[in-house]
Design a protein around this ligand. Structure first.
Ligand SMILES: Nc1ncnc2c1ncn2[C@@H]1O[C@H](COP(=O)(O)OP(=O)(O)O)[C@@H](O)[C@H]1O
Ligand SMILES: O=C(O)C1=C[C@@H](OP(=O)(O)O)[C@@H](O)[C@H](O)C1
Ligand SMILES: [Mg+2]
Length: 177
């Protein structure tokens, strides 16, 4: 039985890479944000606006435990998920965690283009956006770095990169199973 959690900052590519990697590994794919949106019939933006971040984190915590009941699955989490409650320890016990690591400059570049769907970044741009990313990434890094595998995701993932992650995961699974 395989269960993988992709973690990392907003814009690291968890949703994008997760889809490809799950196919490569023959696993079902779940994006935790999309799962929450389906269960609550609301977007993440609406949940933040209507209930606030604290309530969203509680929903996220519960939905993470729900998807972790599934077997042979790859779960792409939201960027904040590993950094609240004991979620990171929980994921490490439930499966293998893979941190997609990307620099502040690259994240700022990517997120400038797709920040509207991310309530945490609302109203920030340019230097302010970059400074916000730098500060929050520093706080989150200690959680992310508890992952079983840290992968440099600075550049657009090539097929070879996906192969490399798959290979590293296969080695880990053979160690643990
Ligand atoms: N490896 C990558 N290299 C360059 N851009 C990427 C990469 N992965 C994702 N992107 C782009 O970055 C943005 C955020 O990707 P997404 O998969 O939604 O990230 P996350 O789920 O980690 O927040 C998207 O516009 C996507 O096209
Ligand atoms: O980092 C965060 O606090 C968040 C990341 C988002 O997911 P992505 O990392 O997929 O953008 C989403 O869960 C929500 O907007 C909050
Ligand atoms: Mg995502």
């Amino acid at each position: 039985m395989k269960r993988i959690f992709l973690i990392g900052y907003m814009g690291a590519g968890k949703t994008t890479v997760g889809k490809v990697l799950s196919r490569q590994l023959g696993l079902s794919f779940i994006d935790l944000d999309h799962y929450i949106e389906g269960r609550y019939h609301k977007t993440v933006g609406q949940l933040f606006a209507e209930r606030g971040e604290e309530a969203f984190r509680d929903v996220e915590r519960r939905m993470l435990r729900e998807v972790a009941m599934f077997e042979d699955v790859l779960v792409s989490t939201g960027g904040g998920a590993p950094c609240f409650f004991d979620n990171m320890e929980f994921m490490n016990e439930a499966g293998q965690t893979v941190y997609l690591k990307v620099s502040v400059d690259e994240l700022a570049k990517r997120l400038e283009l797709c920040k509207t769907t991310r309530p945490v970044l609302k109203g920030r741009s340019g230097d302010e956006l970059r400074a916000f990313i730098a500060e929050s990434l520093e706080k989150r890094e200690p959680f992310y770095s508890k992952a079983s595998i840290v992968f440099n995701a600075e550049e657009m993932m090539t097929d070879q990169d996906v192969q490399n992650i798959s290979q590293a995961l296969a080695t880990l699974f053979s160690t643990f199973n």
